[in-house]
Design a protein around this ligand. Sequence first.
Ligand SMILES: O=C(O)/C=C/C(=O)CC(=O)CC(=O)O
Ligand code: CA
Ligand code: MG
Length: 415
Amino acid sequence: MPLQSFVSITPDSDFPLENLPYGVFRLRSGGTARVGVAIGEYVLDLAVLDEAGLLASTPVAGQGLFTRDSLNGFMAAGPAAWQAVRNTLQRLLAADEPTLRDHQPLRDAALIRQSEVELLLPVQIGDFTDFYSSLYHATNTGKMLRPDSPPLYPNWRHMPVAYHGRASTVVVSGTPIRRPCGQIKPSRSPEPFFSPSRALDFEVELAMVIGVGSELGVPVPIAQAEEHIFGFVILNDWSARDIQGWEYQPLGPFLSKNFATTISPWVVPLAALEPFRCSGEPQDPPPLSYLQPPRPGHFDVTLEVWLNDTRICQTNARHLYWSFAQQLAHHTVNGCRLRPGDLMGSGTISGPTKESRGCLFELTWRGTEPIQLADGSTRRWLEDGDTVTMRAWAQGDGYRIGFGEATGTIVANSP
Ligand SMILES: O=C(O)/C=C/C(=O)CC(=O)CC(=O)O
Ligand SMILES: [Ca+2]
Ligand SMILES: [Mg+2]
């Protein structure tokens, strides 16, 4: 039986009382940025609640953490504070709780229609790392990029491989995406040339948002890894496959991926995904002991990709080989420090079936098998004006933990 709120929530809403994802918003009519949670069609303004003393029972009351333009201050307060605020909000929004329900002026000030707000980038991102943790994606990618070698490098099943991206180009859902220019060298061309990308792609991922940092030189043990995770967003790692194919050896992706990365505006708390914890793909060989988790670390989250009006991919985060806890333990095992606001992408979440391939690179097999859209047109790669929208949710009994969406439209460029 879903939790009952006095705010009306339909069963297909992304934002029931069980979810309460955090975001940063501004009224379209003006004003400063503030922190809120999504509930049904509304945003609950936490700054208003704090000023009214309704968060008094939590360790973060009266610190001004919700009148900021990022979640970083609140995230740094740690898991006990997150849990206290979450418990308080679930109580304040409950159907049988009069404090907010029956206080009309406060209710009007605190609950704002989402249609009246602009959602901002929720986190000030210090570092962005992107993993490569789907066995299906890594195998397909390896087959296409390196047809004459085994698809997986020998390290892949021993560690969560990743590359370092650019925090400076992570943008919030809705931001237009300018087609990047760069060096391209098709195999039939003897020399590289400079051009707008002709092989623009998306990658559907989830990303963890780091809440609490770690100490320089001190690895985070896998059993404590999740204590550092504040929550999750949808991530689209826009990728220019032609630039990537020429630049990536031997150091990996660079300009082919760091021109833009889109994230969804609501950060879904780890606590909201707890009922959806599950095992991932079997790991063979067994990982080294620092990567052996004390419990399952995957989550049953469905993801969809829409290209204009056509759904072109449906996949699930449980298809990942390496879990978020394993990624985090590996990332810090050398003493690399975490900071509040770091962002870590899962890697493209491809599954075992054709429709669960998480990028055009795989869906069109490097552009050789065009896909058909509902309007009759076909695509090998993204065209100017195309809109890619990603959605994600965990399906509960009578409710869903939704992530909202991560969307972006391609804008033309000329060299
Ligand atoms: O060079 C390769 O084998 C492939 C690299 C990537 O595709 C990097 C990446 O973004 C990984 C991912 O999203 O899974
Ligand atoms: Ca990626
Ligand atoms: Mg990218």
